[in-house]
Design a protein around this ligand. Structure first.
Ligand code: GDG
Length: 491
């Protein structure tokens, strides 16, 4: 089983002498002003949650967009600050973007074009030439920072996600000796869906600058190879999962991302969590009701309206559970400048209101809605106090909320209701699977979760814990590093 320690040893052995650099849009720690005081926050992002423990273990430099209003106040001349603040382990190098650049590159191209393009969740992508030009410009800015950070040293650069599709090629053009790998955290669609993108060739060419390109599951690798075959001049080898474009070879592999199981499981047992459970229950007015939990970054891909409709249907069909089950829907609004996100936030709020109005009786209401950034302690308490958790994404690369729920349940209890359209469903086969589009089935799945006998809950949870414990985040990182080292990564 991979641990922090064995990963550290692997890095020391295999990457000795190499500078280890992670590049992503989102930074793992954000400094913001609260009045005149500077606070440090951990963002609600699956990517940073997964990679922070890896960086804490490997050391090196993480290059990302400095998005906090106090970020510039805490960095040195090289725009660097050591993190985590309580026990510094690695350097965070911040890149500054103007409002216009952030708008074009992050909001309009990454999140109004690429995000819906890859998720196919019935929200159409929106392509604008000016956004694309800014995306290219900002990718070049990231490349300039990487090249400056590397200088003439030997380096392994690990690029993250869809915001930086052009970066690998740009890095290689600047310095061909740098080893470059990229992990694509969201699904890769089929070629028919991808071909609506006017810059599909440029994006594929950028990604084929990588030595190694990773997706969560094999299905996304196949979609990627199909897209390459149908779109650009390149030779793809289906047996070896490799693409050759010109003289450059890119190896394509699946690496299901995960969480730091041991740490989550240990922290879940602390007395602080038990106290937080009591505090939260008091604050939310919960006594002995069975608690259902939804915890998401509010996004139209996460299937939150579908979930609320299923809860409504559950109480319509099984009114005997009124007053005995309460559903806590927590999470944070994200990307609020984008119209589709404003709409989903409004839809969620109005559905919560509608379901509560329809079913509420005396002091009881079916849905408790928390739309604020919660501390890691409160998130842990919510996962621990839930009888069941619902992850109902319409399409999701992996979904770490599902794995975090499993990792938190050291008591081997709790039911996971899971969408088959998440990457996580390939591994967590002992969850109660439900198609979030099928409201009646969904309501039945909730009934099953509520009524499941303890022995069955424990049997399923034990198996899921074994899976997440074996395939933890350190295994994910170790597999990527081992694969990279295996390759002939010179050219
Ligand atoms: C992308 C892919 C893939 C949620 N609310 C709060 C909060 N969270 C945390 C959760 C979890 C993270 O945010 C969300 O992770 P997900 O994996 O569910 O989703 P995305 O952000 O969409 O991540 C996804 C992931 O990348 C990794 O590859 O799994 O498929 O879409 O850790 O616990 N965190 C805090 N406050 C909250 O209120 N601090």
């Amino acid at each position: 089983m991979w641990t922090k320690e064995s990963l550290r040893q692997l890095v020391e052995e295999k990457l000795r002498g190499y500078l280890f650099i992670v590049v992503s849009n989102r930074e793992p720690y954000i400094h913001t002003f609260s009045g005149r005081e500077i606070q440090c926050q951990v963002p609600a992002s699956g990517l940073t949650v997964a990679l922070d423990p890896v960086m804490q273990c490997c050391g090196g430099t993480w290059i990302a967009h400095g998005s906090g209003n106090a970020d510039a106040d805490v960095v040195d001349k090289k725009n660097k600050v050591m993190v985590p603040p309580q026990a510094p382990q690695y350097a965070l190098r911040r890149i500054w973007l103007s409002k216009e650049d952030e708008d074009g590159y992050y909001y309009r191209f990454s999140n109004e074009a690429l995000w819906p393009l890859c998720h196919i969740a019935y929200t159409a992508p929106f392509f604008e030439e000016s956004a694309w030009n800014t995306y290219r410009k900002v990718n070049q800015l990231f490349a300039d920072n990487v090249l400056d950070e590397v200088g003439d040293r030997e380096a392994f650069v690990f690029v993250q996600d869809y915001h930086l599709a052009l970066l690998p090629r740009m890095i290689k053009e600047g310095n061909a000796s740098i080893k470059v790998a990229q992990f694509w955290h969201i699904p890769w669609p089929n070629p028919e869906a991808f071909r609506v993108c006017p810059w599909q060739e440029e994006i594929l060419d950028g990604l084929l600058g990588n030595d190694l390109l990773g997706f969560h599951i094999l299905y996304h690798c196949h979609n990627f190879l199909d897209t390459v075959d149908k779109t650009i001049e390149a030779k793809s080898d289906r047996e070896r999962y490799e693409v050759t474009r010109g003289a450059k070879k890119t190896v394509v592999r699946s690496f299901p991302i995960s969480v730091d199981f041991e740490t989550i499981s240990r922290e879940a047992q602390s007395e602080k969590v038990a106290a937080e459970i009591d505090r939260l229950k008091g604050e939310l007015g919960i006594s002995d009701e069975l608690i259902g939990l939804g915890l998401d970054r509010f996004d139209y891909t996460k299937g939150i309206p579908n979930r609320l409709r299923a809860i409504d249907q559950f109480f319509v069909k099984y009114p005997e559970w009124k007053g005995k089950v309460v559903f806590v829907q927590a999470g944070v609004p994200s990307r609020v400048h984008i119209t589709a996100y404003k709409r989903i936030n409004e839809e969620i709020e109005s559905l919560v209101e509608e379901v509560n109005w329809k079913h509420a009786a005396r002091y009881w209401k079916p849905v408790i809605f928390i739309d604020e950034h919660l501390s890691p302690l409160s998130l842990m308490a919510l996962r621990r106090m839930a009888h069941f958790a619902v992850v109902s994404a319409l399409h999701d690369g992996m979904n770490l909320v599902a794995k975090e729920f499993v990792a938190s349940r050291f008591d081997e209890d709790g039911v996971l209701v899971l969408s088959p359209f998440t990457g996580a469903s390939r591994e967590l086969t002992d969850a109660v699977m439900v198609n979030p589009y099928a409201t009646d089935h969904f309501a039945e799945a909730i009934r099953k979760a509520v009524e499941m006998p303890k022995e069955e809950r424990q049997r399923r949870m034990r198996k899921m814990r074994e899976v997440v414990s074996n395939n933890n985040i350190f295994k994910w990182a170790a597999d990527i590093i081992s694969e990279l080292v295996k390759l002939d990564i010179g050219g």
